[in-house]
Design a protein around this ligand. Structure first.
Ligand SMILES: *[C@@H]1O[C@H](CO)[C@@H](O)[C@H](O)[C@H]1NC(C)=O
Ligand SMILES: *[C@@H]1O[C@H](CO)[C@@H](O)[C@H](O)[C@H]1NC(C)=O
Ligand SMILES: *[C@@H]1O[C@H](CO)[C@@H](O)[C@H](O)[C@H]1NC(C)=O
Ligand SMILES: *[C@@H]1O[C@H](CO)[C@@H](O)[C@H](O)[C@H]1NC(C)=O
Ligand SMILES: *[C@@H]1O[C@H](CO)[C@@H](O)[C@H](O)[C@H]1NC(C)=O
Ligand SMILES: *[C@@H]1O[C@H](CO)[C@@H](O)[C@H](O)[C@H]1NC(C)=O
Ligand SMILES: *[C@@H]1O[C@H](CO)[C@@H](O)[C@H](O)[C@H]1NC(C)=O
Ligand SMILES: *[C@@H]1O[C@H](CO)[C@@H](O)[C@H](O)[C@H]1NC(C)=O
Ligand SMILES: *[C@@H]1O[C@H](CO)[C@@H](O)[C@H](O)[C@H]1NC(C)=O
Length: 190
């Protein structure tokens, strides 16, 4: 009876969130950045739809707000632990790697440079964006990958037709992406 209850409780738990790095063998892939990336147009709120497991952003319902600040972005990134209902807000600054080339940023959290940068691989500003970063060490590379939408949904059809080709072109591993909960009922409080 008790074990049945426990089993039921486990089944009812929402998707577990992860705190593991997503690693691959070898060096970081060479990727293409969004051409003519417009930093002010990219600013504003995004909804996290898919990502690689990582240790930087965990939890579901991720809704990062990018605020453009003349020379860099300040990002406020709340997520929710669906098991505990706890909201955690990660704050960081994005600093342009090359002043003349927008689209590649170093990530600073509490003034400390993160080991993985953020590159805007692709965006149409109004519907979707693909944000990626990579760090190489000891014949392994750790990658961050985030797929965002502006309104909290992104159809499988849109993913297959628009997002997947971008990932394939950049030799990124589509099957390692995990779905992020954006159900407004579960994400209440953000
Ligand atoms: C993830 O990778 C970073 C950078 O190598 C490291 O600092 C961190 O400890 C790793 N986290 C885990 C859970 O392995
Ligand atoms: C970027 O987008 C803004 C807002 O749409 C626009 O005013 C600006 O001219 C654009 N900048 C460039 C360099 O295209
Ligand atoms: C720009 O960012 C800095 C920190 O990086 C912050 O102190 C400042 O208030 C920001 N300015 C605006 C207008 O948001
Ligand atoms: C962001 O830009 C502001 C000025 O707009 C500057 O004071 C601040 O140091 C910058 N932050 C980083 C991490 O470069
Ligand atoms: C991030 O910023 C928000 C709002 O400015 C603040 O409430 C939150 O405590 C900050 N998060 C951390 C981890 O400092
Ligand atoms: C979100 O935007 C997409 C593309 O513009 C649209 O097809 C979809 O219906 C929108 N969903 C919601 C919930 O507004
Ligand atoms: C998207 O692609 C996946 C995997 O290739 C496939 O299983 C799924 O049916 C496709 N969905 C749509 C709506 O195209
Ligand atoms: C994606 O990664 C998985 C696990 O690391 C691996 O088994 C698979 O072959 C990779 N797929 C591609 C297309 O590289
Ligand atoms: C992501 O992390 C979760 C929880 O640790 C794990 O169950 C899942 O297999 C991981 N997914 C991938 C694609 O690495």
């Amino acid at each position: 009876m008790v074990s049945k209850t426990i089993l039921l409780a486990l089944c009812l738990l929402p998707v577990v969130f992860s705190q593991t790095n997503t690693t691959f063998t070898g060096t970081c892939p060479t990727v293409l950045i969004q051409a003519k990336f417009n930093e002010t147009k990219f600013a504003g709120k995004w909804y996290e739809i898919k990502r690689f497991n990582n240790t930087f952003i965990t939890g579901h319902c991720g809704r990062p707000s990018y605020k453009w600040n003349k020379t860099n972005y300040t990002v406020t990134y709340p997520t929710k632990n669906l098991q505990t209902g706890t909201v955690v807000t990660t704050n960081f600054t994005l600093k342009k790697q090359l002043l003349q080339n927008p689209g590649k940023y170093d990530v600073y959290a509490n003034k400390v440079k993160n080991f993985i940068p953020q590159y805007i691989l692709s965006t149409d500003y109004n519907t979707y964006s693909v944000v990626w970063g990579c760090s190489y060490k000891n014949n392994q590379n750790i990658q961050h990958l985030f797929v965002y939408s502006r309104n909290g949904t992104l159809s499988a059809n849109f993913f297959n037709k628009t997002i997947k080709p971008i990932l394939v072109q950049n030799k990124l591993n589509v099957t390692r992406l995990v779905d992020i909960v954006q159900d407004p009922k579960k994400c209440g409080g953000l």
